[in-house]
Design a protein around this ligand. Structure first.
Ligand code: GDP
Length: 349
């Protein structure tokens, strides 16, 4: 089977039937369209290549749902061009509609992909679950999972890389799902997670995320249990900061300001090694009493963390530790960029 790499950038492919929500998902996640405005979107009627302003620079190919690309006399698709380089196929199923045909098509697609492109992760978004009860959501997820697994094992396919996510554009679940999808495509994710876990321990953070700022997808987090509420707080905070910089711009801070804000231990001789020239911000949430901080890592990435109550007093030490980790992160992505491991699905980060 073809090993996808070097030719292009890591790519996600978005497929699913008409009106399942593909255009809405790419508009909300990648172009910041408010969810209510997707009501006026035109349904996808052609293959769209969508270049993104994100650290992975992946592409979303939004396929028209009515085209069966594997069995269509009117179209001949270059399968290698479509599937040769993608890391994950996202298949959108409308949970508010009758989904039997969607599942049948998905099964057909998985079987085709398993033959030629078994490395591709298949990520099923059981979508539009807003307004459905928790029990009902889980019932649908169970039903879809069983229908797919039964069909695959009938066809002799075991262990296909198929994952399921419950999503909606009206809450953070769609961003959470994309985060999971992207994380599987990052080589050496474990190292990133270890860096964040260490940072949480030394700074007594409750939770830390590395965000792709423009999409609010998180690339990694520390090893404490997942917590939707923390993710929501941090991702809203990213929004606030982005709005702020759009209005006021960003600038390099003069040394006197830094001295005022950060004071000692900056004056203890290490400032020559660690110079903080990146955007940073902090805020204490009124309802939570927990400070939250953000630090820019590069053009696309930012570190966002929730601190423990009262840790604002320790800001100078926290800042020092954060600086070290930010440097580490920059190095991590430099190395991953230049020495992409052969055979890894995402060849060029
Ligand atoms: P496409 O044909 O797959 O590109 O589907 P569209 O993106 O055009 O979406 C079809 C309809 O579904 C639109 O009216 C959207 O507003 C709606 N929609 C998309 N995502 C969601 C969702 O998460 N929840 C709900 N309730 N509606 C959604």
């Amino acid at each position: 089977s073809p090993v996808p790499q070097t030719k292009g950038k890591p790519r996600l492919l978005l497929m699913g039937q008409r009106r399942s929500g593909k255009s809405s998902i790419s508009s909300v996640v990648f172009h910041k369209l408010p969810p209510q405005e997707t009501l006026f979107l035109e349904s996808t009627a052609r293959i769209q290549k969508d270049s993104l302003n994100s650290f992975m620079d992946f592409q979303v190919w939004d396929f028209p749902g009515q085209i069966d690309i594997f069995d269509n006399p009117n179209f001949t698709f270059d399968m290698d061009a479509i599937f040769g380089e993608i890391g994950a196929l996202i298949w959108v199923i409308d949970a508010q509609d009758d989904y039997l045909e969607a599942v049948a098509r998905l099964n057909n697609t998985i079987l085709h992909l398993q033959r030629g492109y078994p490395h591709i992760n298949i990520e099923v978004f059981i979508h539009k679950v807003d307004g459905l009860s928790d029990d009902y959501k889980l019932d649908i997820q169970r039903d879809v999972t069983i229908r797919i697994q039964d069909e695959l094992s009938d066809q002799g396919v075991e262990n296909a890389p198929v994952n399921f996510h419950l999503t909606s554009i009206y809450n953070h679940s769609i961003f959470e799902a994309f985060s999971k999808v992207i994380q599987k495509l990052i080589p050496r994710l474990g190292q990133l997670e270890a860096m964040l876990t260490n940072l949480c321990r030394t700074c007594r953070f409750e939770k830390a995320y590395l965000f792709d700022v423009n999409t609010k997808i998180y690339i990694a987090t520390d090893n404490t249990p997942e917590d939707m509420a923390s993710y929501e707080i941090c991702s809203d905070y990213v929004d606030v900061i982005i709005d702020f910089t759009e209005v006021y711009g960003s600038w390099k801070r003069p040394d006197e300001w830094r001295d005022k804000v950060e004071a000692a231990p900056w004056k203890q001789g290490i400032e020559s090694q660690i110079a903080c020239e990146w955007a940073e911000s902090g805020m204490v949430l009124a309802d939570q009493q927990r400070p939250i901080m953000l630090r820019e890592v590069d053009r696309f990435l930012a570190l966002v963390a929730i601190m423990k109550e009262g840790s604002y007093d320790k800001m100078p030490q926290v800042n020092m530790n954060v600086d070290v980790v930010v440097k580490g992160l920059i190095e991590f992505f430099e190395i991953t960029k230049t020495k992409a491991t052969p055979g890894v699905v995402v060849g060029a980060l």
